[in-house]
Design a protein around this ligand. Sequence first.
Ligand code: DLL
Length: 434
Amino acid sequence: MFFNEEFETLPRPALEALQLKRLQSTLERVYANVPFYKASFDAAGIKPSIVTHLQDLQKLPFTTKQDMRNSYPYGLFAAPMDEIVRIHASSGTTGKPTVVGYTRKDITTWSELMARSFVAAGAHKGDIIHNAYGYGLFTGGLGAHYGAELLGASVIPISGGNTKRQIMIMQDFGSTVLTCTPSYSLFMAEESQAEGVDFKNLKLRVGIFGAEPWSEAMRTEIENKLNLSAIDIYGLSEIMGPGVAIECIEAKRGLHIWEDHFIPEIINPLTGELLPEGEKGELVITTITKQGIPLIRYRTRDITSLTYEPCVCGRTHARIARMSGRSDDMLIIRGVNVFPSQIESVLVGIEGIEPHYMLIVDRLGTLDTLTVQVEISELLFSDEIKVLQALSRRVEKEIKDMLGVTCTAKLVEPKTIQRSEGKAQRVIDNRKLV
Ligand code: DLL
């Protein structure tokens, strides 16, 4: 089953011809409208017209999250603000988020790609889609919502949280498709036991899970506990949001990336060199239809590989493997993207503590926990317990306020956190995904 059969099954020569045409017009657009791209192409001595084959893409410079940060908030937009109808944002490497803008056409495209993704996952018109991705600046909630509506399904915009109510609604409303992070789905399973609800008695058939790394072992666990078919969906706000790539229910082997809108490449994250098909490296994506904020060779930092082998489902679009990590230090804790540097910038602003810290991430049952160990300064060390407790609460509150993630602060004695002579190790991630 397809949502847009013609485009999802375009023979590769036609698909590649379309990509080239769309790439060329995107390059013209960014060169004319985005000072950053004009400057970066000029610095590399490149004019958009040098791209006459898809392979020429390699000649263009990369775009990074840092470039987006430097242009905060709207500097990379290629459309005037009066054409931007939606703004989303996600965590950046410091306190400021990465901001993206969508024109009306971008929203139409995104909705179509999400609708295609739903169909690839085995959903259809008539389904009741229980959308527990967060609604807000995060792209998950609204991205899935618009796709579900375009598909013609009935979408329940439940967003995240209040798990007991979620379970009651899934049961009473007869939800057939669940969309949320994989870890939240397992938490729901746990809570349902406490509530005396058995997922075997629910109508759920398909779960569409993403926004954070998970594993084949987790898929098996989710499928057993929730009694549904679990599908991996990938996306990132910089490129669009959810629906950049998705597994098809027929094969569940690799995620089809919608190549009539995105051109994927895999590079060696250290050298930037292009890697051959099948080799693992960093995924780089060029958007070829976006108007609001087109990105050329955007370094996602996600590690995967790419295959062009034909798929049993009939889609001709390449597949990326399940994400196997990141080439930077971003953590995803309960669906929130967190960079150690963001925590550091909160800590340095608090008097009485030193910028020596360690982040310990665990998975307690099905939920992630974050402990921030931080040294207190010599001056405070001998102080009263009350003062120290107040300081811990302050660290927890400021991290929650800035990053939106709940943590436990543990103050430790001065000079007890290991100093490093090279790259500081600031994260201990005890979550076992495989
Ligand atoms: O997480 C968009 C999304 C929403 C995707 C709902 C899927 C479902 P960001 O908050 O910008 O956007 O985070 C993007 O999350 O670069 C990956 O590191 C990670 N990520 C997203 N999907 C997957 C996945 C949304 N299926 C970042 N597997 C990306 C592993 C994923 N990591």
